[in-house]
Design a protein around this ligand. Sequence first.
Ligand code: ATP
Ligand code: MG
Ligand code: MG
Length: 393
Amino acid sequence: RATLGVMGGGQLGRMFVHAAQRLGYFTAVLDPDAQSPAGLVSHHHIQTDYNDPAGLAQLADLCQAITTEFENVPAQALQTLAQTRPVAPGAAVVGIAQDRIEEKAHFAACADISGVTCAPYAVIETPAQLQAIQENRADLLPGILKTARMGYDGKGQVRVKTAHELAAAWAELGSVACVLEKMLPLTAECSVLVARGWDGQVVSYAPQRNVHVAGILAVTHAYEGAMPPALATSARDAAVAIAQHLGYVGMLCVEFFVVNDGSAHGGLVVNEMAPRPHNSGHYTLDACNASQFDLQVHAMAGLPLPQPRQHSPAIMLNLLGEVWFDASGQQREPDWQAVLSLPGTHLHLYGKAEARPGRKMGHLTITGPDVASVKTVARRAAGLLSLPGLDTI
Ligand code: ATP
Ligand code: MG
Ligand code: MG
């Protein structure tokens, strides 16, 4: 049997491994952590640093093809692997997605075919650029200063209202390369999952609507009507155009903002992209004929991509570490008995031993015969677990 490899051993890698195994593949995970969620369930776990030449050689030796699940896997390591094995997505596109400055430049470069632009922004890499923005770009305030690299789940971001706060925020972030983005009045957020094969075949899912709390995804709504139909079509077309323009191979997630600006494109603004399956696509495991991880496996292995079809309306609730603590701060196991007695609940836990606030420990997807019953159950589950975002369901 052939072996498929993945750089990174987090929960996305774990769900990739499950999907690969279902098709009869062996898997190899490269991750330095002995207890990594994917390493624990994989045939091979190469427990070493992402840049370790010996580890990379071992991964390439074992595997027919290699993918990534970790946003910040060194692009150079993917480059090395690509010398001997198919790597999807490739180092160049992963490198673009890892750097907000390059990412925004790409979005701008394909705006004509995608029909969307990103939020107004400016690059800050030097004190001179900072000063110029303080003096000339009041239009970007209030704004969000984001590090160009390594940020996720709202980390590496500071909200700023004044030019003075901007300078303090840049210092706080270590004076590294950043983008200052204008704060937009969002009416909604959504994301689109696109898979593209080596032969250029493209499939996508309908956009799902995402609710973030404190910069972290809390709730995903995935059903017809979660987004207005015209916006949903524009977002899907835009994400496909972005993937094609990149020559992307594998699973790509493109995040969008919706603003109520009365513009021609319906106020759709592209936020960022993730070169891998995405938290907002976890509902596809329980609500679709093929999950985002199935498509990741098919794409990298050169198998035909199934046309994804959603068979049930779904809501996904993220389970962060907070759920494992009671009101007095005592750690305890959540009441799964109560949650799983609700109809249509699908519990996914990632096998992480230690719960910490903000840490993604698992997710709960609710499916059902219709949107109303899915919402009812989701509200009950969110209430039982004291989840954020309950009021938005
Ligand atoms: P992820 O975990 O999705 O990779 P991230 O840390 O890369 O997150 P962003 O997606 O840039 O961060 O921002 C996180 C959230 O902050 C967004 O989903 C949105 O809710 C809010 N946000 C970010 N930028 C803006 C903006 N320009 N205007 C309004 N809200 C914003
Ligand atoms: Mg991000
Ligand atoms: Mg994001």
